[in-house]
Design a protein around this ligand. Structure first.
Ligand SMILES: C[S@@+](CC[C@H](N)C(=O)[O-])C[C@H]1O[C@@H](n2cnc3c(N)ncnc32)[C@H](O)[C@@H]1O
Length: 375
């Protein structure tokens, strides 16, 4: 494997959602693990992608890749197994009849909301003042009664956004801390949020391409062989599965179940029999993660057309005995699956520390560039 390794730390911000904090639609649901729209546009431009191409993101999260592709007029399919993230991405990507949507939002906001008490899980009760909680329950009940899926999901996402601004929740990784402070009442916040979302739809201009997301396990993709022109993606990072529980409040507000544990990469045992030769002295508990990701890489190889470009955003892991190389290992797995691993561009470097903050090494976050070779 002749792998070129370079460092471009100025690209580091693009692998975070920070540039999209104020960007219409993208910011309807930002996940700390997301990359940015500008990273997708940069790659699409570098690879000269256009309306005749199909991009795949097998870990599409909140839909950054499909949404950016829609903006650029490129077709894109995203796969995801986390129901709340999938709902957020679906709402961002839907084609709305804006006039009709505005009417439905206005009629929803004009409705009578009687505060309602109900039994809620402890982690929900802790983060809302009682009055806000009763307002959420009553709004949610009204929304969940609606038959029209498109309006229902739009309102649920708006409600979850507005409700989080009226909560005492302070997210710190997987932990949700309670920071008691004055919070605004829900309904004015909800009304502002929904009107802002309608306004965002007016500003956003797609270019007529087809971009969509589906519930699908990336280890078993629904696409035919040789159907994809490029892949832009970021798998869950090794040992970083906060996202499984970090969105449980939003999930409860939307009235949906969490992901099934076996669906998530790296959360279960994972079958590592095919990767064991590359595990070297890596901790045994990481092998399942590499086994799972290898299944995805094999699928990427299967669905890519000859000459297709792949960019994977990922970071090394940090374990009690020090950093675990993920960037270079995934490149080895890509070669094993039949792809050509061309380069790693390191965009971030962080200290790997023990729980007592002792530095035990450096982990690198990188863009891995692979290509499907001609047969
Ligand atoms: C790093 S995040 C991707 C974020 C995304 N790039 C964005 O901008 O929002 C990884 C995602 O992979 C999803 N995931 C985990 N296991 C999966 C699987 N087996 N199939 C599809 N998606 C999976 C997680 O739910 C998570 O949303």
């Amino acid at each position: 494997m002749s792998l070129k390794i370079t460092e471009k730390l100025w690209l580091g911000k693009l692998t975070t959602p920070l540039p999209d904090r104020r960007r219409p639609i993208y910011n309807w649901f930002l996940m700390k693990e997301s990359f940015s729209r500008d990273l997708v546009l940069l790659l699409a431009e570098t690879w000269n992608l256009g309306k005749e191409n199909l991009v795949l993101d097998p870990f599409s999260g909140t839909g950054t890749t499909p949404l950016a592709c829609r903006e650029a007029g490129i077709n894109c399919v995203g796969y995801e197994v986390h129901p709340a993230l999938l709902l957020a991405a679906r709402v961002k990507l839907r084609d709305y009849n804006l006039e009709e949507l505005r009417e439905k939002v206005a009629s929803f906001l004009k409705g009578e909301f009687e505060r309602r008490e109900a039994e809620v899980p402890g982690f929900v009760a802790r983060v809302f003042p009682q009055a806000v909680l009763e307002e959420i329950i009553s709004a949610r009940e009204k929304i969940l009664e609606m038959d029209d899926e498109s309006t229902r999901e739009f309102l649920l996402l708006g409600l979850s956004n507005a409700a989080m601004r009226c909560s005492w929740a302070h997210k710190d990784g997987a932990a949700i801390k309670v920071v008691k402070k004055p919070v605004p009442p829900l309904f004015p916040e909800l009304s502002r949020q929904l009107r802002r979302m309608c306004g965002d739809l007016e500003k956003f201009r797609g270019k007529g391409s087809r971009s969509w997301v589906e519930f699908c396990d990336a280890r078993r993709m629904k696409l035919p062989d040789s159907s994809v022109d490029a892949v832009i993606t970021s798998p869950p990072y090794l040992g970083k599965n906060e996202y499984i529980s970090a969105y449980r409040i939003e999930q409860w507000i939307m009235g949906i179940e969490g992901p099934a544990p076996g669906d998530l990469i790296g959360s279960g045992g994972g079958n590592f029999s095919e990767v064991v030769d590359l595990m070297g002295d890596k901790p045994k508990e990481t092998w399942g993660y590499f086994g799972d990701v290898f299944q995805v890489i094999k699928e990427i190889n299967r669905v890519c057309k000859e000459g297709a470009n792949v960019c994977v955003v990922v970071s090394d892991g940090c374990f009690p005995d020090g950093p675990v190389e993920v960037c270079s290992t995934l490149c080895e797995l890509a070669e094993k699956a039949g792809l050509k691993a061309k380069s790693i561009v390191i965009v971030n470097k962080r200290y790997c520390t023990t729980p007592t903050r002792r530095k035990i090494g450096i982990t690198k976050e990188g863009l891995l560039f692979w290509k499907k070779p001609a047969a």
